[in-house]
Design a binder for this molecule. Structure first.
Ligand code: FAD
Ligand code: NAD
Length: 471
């Protein structure tokens, strides 16, 4: 091994958490190294998560729209054919462009990129098994753990990424399966289920809970989204638990059990997508060797300044507490470096938006109606349907609504929940309003351009304390 070199900061993991921390540290003039084992920067998000899934979602939506939604628009098309290989190539091109872009930003900000697998040798030294062979080690005054997460496996169903797949396999199937069963109706299940359903697979989503969308989605919005997805051809079995699977035959057989209201039965599938959540990834890191604490779910335990029980070792992103979202990881990365460099930093966990990139999208920020009820918080509701929005009408894309929750006494915004076209863009406005402590009247009295979908947002705000004009 070559001689260990001391850095101000060593980061293990080059995902969104790790690479953003590395760039920020470089900008702050720190001597920083980032260790990444996958051979490309950007982590799950850029390589096998956010980015490739959005490429497939966008292009499968266009394909589906051309097949089913052109005539009323006055467009007659001839033979429409799917070129799956090209669809995948377009995805790969987006991914490579972005991961290479981060390598460029590393160079620009003086970050040393070490390609290999990091393991703690002691509290300040990380040994790296290099991807190209050989070993090295780096010593850090400070270290950040940003090793991310991995798909939670389903006991008894071995993942081969061909017939029994996680999201990673779902991003690169080489042919459209006839039938696909998705275990778990969370965001991954619904996004990847949408892709393959649009491309022609018969998709059934089996969800243990009695609503889709995973934790946090407002129940009313979840129901509305489910209805729309069902119309698009996705079949749902809610309140139903997959208990076991048998992959020995031509078709995979899954045994379902009633959880709440569902029924016992066996269903067949050509491909099974396991999408029952993700778990923190710390395998091989040697945390036990240096005595860094993890909780019962494997999450690295941190304080409010991202410090582990070894204060010079911090931890951010999916591998610790909080929602497993790229933008949450990014906020933590910036805050962690600010804590390191300046002694203060901040992430407002009450204003982190969530987006499900189906069509229409579902997006929310703040508290849901069920959260408020559970906490006995009084609220007022204002809603506005896209069917009454002029832009949605011109786009012939009118499904969904904006729902706003505000404090009945102060009118302060408590939560915003949208199912509708471009909900994922619109939620930025809601997040800003929440961050600034806006009232629903503040939003309603802000002039919004016409005709835009964002007017539905303004009118929902109006409906929260008075009446909407156009509904
Ligand atoms: P990761 O991105 O997992 O990065 C950790 C990195 O550390 C990995 O590259 C890994 O190789 C590396 N590593 C681990 N151990 C070591 C080691 N010992 N040595 C060296 N390197 C190591 N979030 C959103 O906000 N929006 C979305 O649209 C979205 N879509 C998603 C779609 C899918 C299919 C999936 C699976 C996830 C999606 N997510 C999305 C979640 C998002 O990908 C994660 O929240 C985000 O990647 C977390 O970033 P991270 O840096 O904490 O971890
Ligand atoms: P999730 O936790 O969102 O959903 C998993 C679902 O599986 C839950 O609803 C759960 O009730 C269900 N489930 C668990 N066991 C089951 C069983 N045996 N039978 C039937 N249902 C079962 O997890 P996910 O969808 O796998 O996503 C993982 C993480 O990735 C999430 O934290 C998510 O935020 C993140 N992600 C985000 C985006 C996005 O922001 N657009 C996209 C993809 C993934």
């Amino acid at each position: 091994a070559s001689q260990a070199e001391e850095k101000d900061l060593v980061i293990i993991g080059g995902g969104v958490a790790g690479y953003v921390a590395a760039i920020k540290a470089g900008q702050e003039g720190m001597k920083v190294a980032c260790i990444e084992k996958r051979g490309a920067l950007g982590g799950t998000c850029l390589n096998v998560g956010c980015i490739p899934s959005k490429s497939l979602l966008n292009n499968s939506h266009i394909y589906h729209q051309i097949l089913h939604d052109t005539k009323p628009r006055g467009i007659e098309v001839g033979d429409v054919k799917l070129n799956l290989a090209q669809l995948m190539k377009a995805k790969d091109t987006s991914v490579t462009g972005l991961t290479k872009g981060i390598e460029f930003l590393f160079k620009k900000n003086g970050v040393e990129y070490i390609k290999g697998t990091g393991t703690f040798a002691d509290e300040h030294t990380v040994n790296v098994e290099l991807n190209d062979g050989g070993e090295t080690s780096v010593v850090g005054k400070n270290i950040i753990i940003a090793t991310g997460s991995e798909a939670t496996p389903f006991p008894g169903l071995e993942i081969d990424e061909k017939r029994v797949i996680t999201s990673t396999g779902a991003l690169s199937l080489q042919k459209v399966p006839e039938s696909m069963v998705v275990i778990g109706g969370g965001i991954i299940g619904l996004e990847m289920g949408s892709v393959w359903s649009r491309l022609g697979a018969k998709v059934t989503v089996v969800e243990f809970l009695d609503q889709i969308g995973g934790p946090g989605m407002d129940t009313e919005i979840s129901k509305m989204s489910q209805k729309i997805l069902k119309k698009q051809g996705i079949n749902f079995k809610l309140g139903t638990k997959v208990v076991s699977g048998d992959t020995s035959g031509d078709k995979i057989k899954l045994q379902l059990d009633a959880a709440k209201g569902g029924k016992e039965e066996t269903i067949d599938a050509d491909v099974v997508l396991v999408a029952i959540g993700r778990r923190p990834y710390t395998a091989g890191l040697g945390l036990d060797k240096i005595g860094v604490d993890v909780d019962e779910r494997g999450r690295v335990v941190i304080d409010s300044e991202y410090r582990t029980n070894k204060p010079h070792i911090r931890c951010i992103g999916d591998v610790t507490f909080g929602p497993m979202l790229a933008h949450k990881a990014e906020e933590e990365a910036v805050a962690a470096i600010e804590y390191l460099k300046k002694g203060y930093g901040h992430v407002n966990y009450a204003a982190i938006p969530s987006v499900m990139y189906t069509h229409p999208e579902v997006a929310w920020v703040g508290q849901s109606e069920q959260d408020l009820k559970k906490d006995n918080i009084k609220y007022r509701v204002g809603t506005f349907p896209f069917s009454a929005n002029s832009r949605a009408k011109t786009n012939l894309d009118t499904e969904g609504m904006v729902k706003m929750l505000a404090d009945p006494e102060t009118d302060r915004l408590l939560g915003v929940h949208i199912v509708g076209p471009n909900a994922g863009e619109m939620i930025a406005e809601a997040t800003l309003a929440l961050e600034y402590g806006a009232s629903s009247e503040d939003i309603a009295r802000t002039c919004h351009a016409h005709p835009t979908l964002a007017e539905a947002f303004k009118e929902a705000a109006m409906a929260t304390y008075a009446k909407a004009i156009h509904y």
